[in-house]
Design a protein around this ligand. Sequence first.
Ligand code: SF4
Ligand code: MSK
Length: 635
Amino acid sequence: MKKVKEKKIEEMSIDPAVQEILQLASEKGYETVWDRLNSQSPHCKFGLNGLCCKNCIMGPCRITPKTTTGVCGAEADTIVARNIVRGIAAGVAAHSDHGRAVAILLKEVACQENKDYTIFDTEKLKAVATKLGVDTDRDIHEIAKDVAEIALKDFGKQDDKPLKFLASYAPKKRLERWLDLEKKLYSETDKKTGVIPRNIDREVADSMHRTTMGVDHDPLSLLIQGVRASLADGWGGSLIATELQDILFGTPRIRTIMANLGVISPDHINIVIHGHEPILSEKVVEIANTPDMQKLAQEYGAKGINVVGMCCTGNEILMRQGVPVAGNELHQELAILTGAVEAIVVDVQCIYPALGKLAKCFHTKFISTSDRAKFPGSLHIQFEEEHANEVAKKIVKTAIEAFPKRDKRKVHIPSFKSEAVVGFSNEQLLKILGGSLKPLVDAILAGDIKGIAGIVGCNNPKVKHDYYHVTLTKELIKRDILVIGTGCWAIAAAKAGLMRIETQELAGERLRKVCKALNIPPVIHMGSCVDCSRMLTLAGAIADYLEADISDLPLVGSAPEWTTEKAVSIGTYFVASGVPVHLWPAPPISGSPKVVSLLTQEIKNLLGGYFFVEEDPIKTVDIMEAIIQEKRKAL
Ligand code: SF4
Ligand code: MSK
């Protein structure tokens, strides 16, 4: 196979801290994700086009112009649709399992079976309870128990009614549209099918069931189930995770943090927390900051303990505790390569198994903590919520004990770090707006805010790291389009300095005026991947305020450097909620013109949202602006 040309370091990332460490890795011979991508390239075309099926052992089957069906007779359309639905189901499962863990913890705290955590934000608890129709004129623990039970029921109920969280949070016109679509689908297909999720786990199971060999072969029916599963994520599992985490750990409020590898301290014991679930990271931050642990760190010769975040668990503790963030997805190996990390502590999702081998080249302890996520080469310290304080202490002590083994000759910490204003929960936004959405809606109606773009998702070494995130963001604000977002995009924007108040100067005149009046940057950090639900509920609130549907609003979405199956689920639930969504790299569907047409065109008539694919970020913004202008005509 033809070997691909190795990329130059400046083609790999726009981040100077990343370039500096990649230079070091290249000189010292450490392998990174970019090297492994190079070894895997060029990728198999069947996989890239979605034309490979291994759903039964008569296969694996590949579709070519000569062999147009698999052994069972499945055609390209079926195979491509099945593959994408399986990806969505995996993404839904990941986000929703996260939400389930939080719901279980809330119930344990409510029943006072777990004393290591408390109900931190009673105001948020009452707000969530009111939305769900729970009586709030009672003891706080009783309210929390009912809220947790409703959440858990959304994972396990067996009736066909909509998820309670979806029914309570989705805007009125959107709910009506989904119900109308169900009626249409019932009559047209004469069979029970629909887009409204009934039970989060069931939608994952249904998606897996119908994509096994010999079940559902109709691409539309398959994709409709993909939509239903994705909605069980956005208006179900992810929403539950966000809302209940706010109750347990506090609703984010505005604060200033620092972002990039420069937050790693040469004099402190550095603990990087990476993954997704704040249940673990909140505790590690809390315990590391206790006088006992700080004193112990000093006894070992360090100035103290410096906890920093990475990826979405980084976003969680940054939003709630102001913990600095060392980077996004592609920084995880680079943090170890600074030689100054005593422990990289991980829970679930987006963690490269390569960390095990790399950590062994340094004094770094690679600590896994979830029974769901074990890694070759990791030190496993099982996190148990009921003994959270004890386990967190053990983790922090393990990091402290690694400090004397740090090899000073290997320490190389790039100095780059940027300030960022973060913590924009919907509650905070509302507060900034004076308690009502009116100023925001008025600014949209007047055209001072031309539209809102939500950017989400990962990094992907196939594209220049952070380049798409940053270019898209700068170009959008220049055109008076407010940018909000989550996940690794949010960290990219923070590192690039785009979340500073001074970024107002990069915005178009009209957007700048609004941001100055509100004293906010034009680039808004809304949290972790599950917090995409904050963007959904914000869109829903604007829609309800205007008595409109989300699809009537000048909103667009993008996942311009996406990697994970979770991003497919996120993109799909935004489309299913009425928002056009841009993707780059292209998803693996090009092997079926039928599926491409369903997801980029026909779905628009069904749900109002649709996907589009574009590599060039400026052309992408042209398309986004055209969509926004079109929607504005009907406002
Ligand atoms: Fe091949 Fe059909 Fe089995 Fe897929 S399900 S591997 S297409 S025989
Ligand atoms: S962490 S899902 S790489 S955004 Fe949520 Fe980043 Fe994507 Fe993971």
